[in-house]
Unconditional design. Structure first.
Length: 202
């Protein structure tokens, strides 16, 4: 789904269509005079300020809640985007990252902050643009990476259990420790690896 900060949300309380010409012409009682009907006008829409919503333009990526859902909640509850619970960013087929607690997602350019590649995630590629710990998306989160498989290099055979999987799991556990992260789980059958980070100053 391609989403944009230019989201518009229809205002269900919009007023009726504007009056048509001649509707209020009083005093003209001549026989045969007909007052034109008002046009079937679309209800007005209330635009959510572009600067409030986060931006995400890539069809491969998604957020939870979605950008559309954020726009609706921001309309109904002004200020909602400043404290979104369990905010998640993902890329279909690659993985996702779910941020702890409440996150201020206002004005964030998600596509320039979060990047998923094959078996890796990059958050704030440009170190000079990384905010202080606890600000924006530089905060505790759980990362899920897909396509992390234990494969025999010679024939490409995937192992889902056994000694080879146990050894590979140990490698993943050690990697998380070396990077100041916390190992959560590894599903060899699904090729799904989960770990937690305190922040992305890694």
């Amino acid at each position: 789904m391609v989403t944009s900060g230019r989201s518009k949300v229809c205002n269900s309380a919009a007023g009726p269509p504007s009056s048509g010409p001649g509707e209020n012409q009083k005093g003209n009682s001549s026989a045969g005079h007909k007052t034109p009907k008002s046009p079937l006008a679309a209800p007005r829409c209330e635009a959510i300020a572009e600067s409030v919503l986060p931006r995400l333009y890539s069809a491969d990526y998604y957020t939870v809640p979605s950008i559309v859902e954020l726009a609706v909640r921001e309309r109904d509850e002004p200020g909602y985007c400043s404290h979104v619970k369990g905010f998640t960013v993902g890329r279909h087929g690659y993985g996702s990252v779910k941020f702890d607690g409440e996150t201020d997602v206002r004005k964030l350019d998600i596509g320039s902050i979060v990047e998923f590649n094959e078996r890796e995630i990059i958050v704030y590629r440009d170190v000079s643009n990384t905010p202080a710990v606890g600000q924006e998306l530089n905060k505790p989160a759980e990362v899920t990476l897909l396509n992390v498989k234990c494969v025999e290099q010679k024939n490409g055979l995937q192992f889902t259990e056994g000694p080879a999987v146990d050894r590979y799991k140990e490698i993943l556990v050690q990697w998380t420790k070396d990077h100041g992260a916390e190992f959560v789980s590894f599903d060899a059958a699904k090729g799904e690896w989960k770990f937690r980070v305190k922040n992305f100053n890694m």
